[in-house]
Design a protein around this ligand. Structure first.
Ligand code: ADP
Length: 169
């Protein structure tokens, strides 16, 4: 059985991520979507929130399993019995970072291959960070994220704004 791991922060999941997940899940028998629990970053959504959003969004995709991981990606890939890492590429700006990461993962385990999938043109221009910024200023993110993410983002932004207001007084 051919399996692959699609790792990322998914803070939050965008339609660009979903497109890569759907396409990757068609070329392998099982796709593990691996949400990075990185203690050195301060995400907007906790790892539990990010995992539960993805599980809800992907509940009808039988060959996709959502998990969280911490530590080295290659260790996680081996732990699920896979040897393929999937990453999405939006263009040259992603490329240098992704290429470097693929090389360092390869130096850690040469049995693990990184497979790049080019982003669809309609998703080329947005990232999780941009989506958060637009949501903070009440911009329209309807085409950028699934409905469940939109609802949760709006709630988070209200809390953030309330915190900023009380903090500023
Ligand atoms: P990371 O912090 O590991 O970069 P992200 O959640 O930002 O995690 O991204 C995970 C993967 O999804 C990366 O390979 C990234 O290039 C890809 N990706 C991010 N946004 C998009 C998008 N809009 N379209 C396609 N791929 C994307």
């Amino acid at each position: 059985m051919k399996s692959a791991v699609y790792p990322g922060s998914f803070d939050p999941t965008t339609n660009g991520h979903l497109d890569i997940i759907k396409r990757a899940s068609k070329i392998v028998d099982k796709l593990y979507v691996a949400v990075l629990d990185n203690p050195s970053k301060t995400p907007l959504f906790t790892v539990e929130e990010r995992v539960s959003q993805l599980k809800e969004i992907l509940k009808d995709h039988d060959n996709v399993k959502v998990m969280s991981f911490s530590g080295l990606l290659v260790d996680f890939v081996r732990s699920v019995g896979s040897n393929i890492i999937v990453r999405g590429l939006r263009g040259v700006t992603d490329f240098s970072y992704e290429f470097q990461m693929a090389l360092s993962n390869r130096s850690l385990d040469s049995n693990i291959e990184t497979l790049f999938i080019s982003a669809d043109t309609q998703y080329l221009f947005f990232s999780s960070s941009q989506v958060k910024e637009i949501a903070f200023f009440n911009g329209n993110i309807d085409n950028m994220v699934p409905d469940i993410v939109k609802t949760e983002l709006q709630k988070k932004m209200q809390v953030l704004k309330a915190q900023q207001e009380t903090g500023g007084k």
